[in-house]
Design a protein around this ligand. Structure first.
Ligand code: UDP
Ligand code: MN
Length: 264
C-alpha cells in the first residue's frame, strides 16, 4: 500500500512554494513520500533542486482552461492566472499510490497531519467563500485513470464555473456536501484567512489547532513579506519564510528502535 503527498508547480515561483511546503512536511515528521508535479516552464536549475529534494518529480503537460472556450469564467474571480490549475488533474494519473493527499504549493504543514491518509476517497474541507463547496487546495483521493479521464472529459465539455480546478472538481464531486462526515475535513487541515466578521474571534480560539495553512488569493508569501495586517497572516508568513530559508530539509526521524538507541 503506497501513499504520498502530491503538489504542483508550473513555474519557478510556485516551485518556491513547493520547496517550502516540502521543508514543512519534513519538519512535521511525516512518514509518507512527497511527490511534485512540474511542467517544462520550470527552469532547469530549479527542476534539479526539486529532483534532489523531493522523493519523486514528474513532468506533466500544461493543461490550461484558457485553451478551452471557458476562459471568461476566470474573470469572475479576478484570477486570470488560474486557468493553468487544470494541470492539477494529472495527480489522478499517479496510480502507483493507492491513497494520496494533494496539497497546493501555497500550503504549509505546521503540525503532523499523516492521519489524513486514513480519510476516505474523496475528502476535502469546506471553502470559506461558499461552505457547501469544498476548497480544492487540500484533498484526499485515490488516483484512478477512470476518474482522470472523466475529469478531462468534463473539463473540455462543460468546463469550470470559476475557470479553475476548484469549479471543475466541485462539479465532478458535486455530492461532496451530502457525503458521510468522514469526507468533510476539519478546517484545521486547510486553514485560510477570512474577512467575515466572525473570523477573528474564531481564529483566536481555534487557530492554535491548525495543522495545514493555505495562503489563498493573489498575494503569496513568496511575493511579499508584508501582510494585510490579519493575525493569521502575520503569524504564518513569518513561519513560511523560516521554512523557506532552510537550505536543507531536516533529516527524517528514523523510527525509534530500542536496540540501537542508547538510553540517556
Ligand atoms: N499553480 C501553479 N502555477 C500557477 C498557478 C497555480 O503551479 O501559475 C498550482 C499551485 O500548486 C497552486 C495551485 O495550482 O498552489 C492553485 O493555485 P493557487 O494556490 O494560486 O490558487 P488559490 O489557492 O489562491 O485559489
Ligand atoms: Mn492555493
Amino acid at each position: 500500500m503506497s501513499q504520498a503527498w502530491i503538489t504542483l508547480a508550473t513555474n519557478d515561483q510556485y516551485a518556491r512554494g513547493a520547496l517550502t511546503l516540502l521543508n514543512s512536511l519534513h519538519a512535521s515528521g511525516t512518514t509518507r513520500k512527497v511527490h511534485c508535479l512540474i511542467t517544462n516552464e520550470v527552469s532547469a536549475a530549479v527542476r534539479e533542486e526539486l529532483e534532489n529534494k523531493f522523493d519523486e518529480v514528474t513532468v506533466v503537460d500544461v493543461f490550461n482552461s484558457n485553451d478551452t472556450k471557458f476562459q471568461e469564467n476566470l474573470s469572475l474571480i479576478g484570477r486570470p492566472d488560474l486557468g493553468v490549475t487544470f494541470t492539477k488533474l494529472h495527480c489522478w494519473r499517479l496510480t502507483q499510490y493507492t491513497k494520496a493527499v494533494f496539497l497546493d504549493a501555497d500550503t504549509m504543514v505546521i503540525q503532523n497531519a499523516d492521519e489524513l491518509f486514513d480519510r476516505p476517497d474523496f475528502s476535502a474541507a469546506a471553502d470559506i467563500g461558499w461552505p457547501d463547496m469544498f476548497n480544492s487546495g487540500v484533498f484526499v483521493f485515490s488516483p484512478s485513470l477512470v476518474i482522470y479521464r472523466a475529469l478531462m472529459h468534463l473539463a473540455t465539455s462543460t468546463g469550470s464555473f470559476d475557470g479553475g480546478d476548484q469549479g471543475l472538481l466541485n462539479e465532478y464531486f458535486s455530492n461532496w456536501r451530502d457525503l458521510p462526515s468522514a469526507h468533510r475535513l476539519p478546517f484545521i487541515y486547510n486553514m485560510t484567512g477570512g474577512e467575515f466578521y466572525s473570523y477573528a474571534a474564531a481564529y483566536r480560539k481555534y487557530g492554535g489547532q491548525t495543522k495545514i495553512v493555505h495562503f489563498i488569493g493573489a498575494q503569496k508569501p513568496w511575493n511579499s513579506t508584508t501582510t494585510d495586517g490579519s493575525l493569521h497572516k502575520s503569524e504564518h508568513y513569518q513561519q513560511w519564510h523560516s521554512f523557506s530559508e532552510q537550505k536543507f530539509s531536516p533529516a527524517r526521524q528514523p523510527k525509534a528502535d530500542a536496540s540501537s538507541v542508547p538510553q540517556a
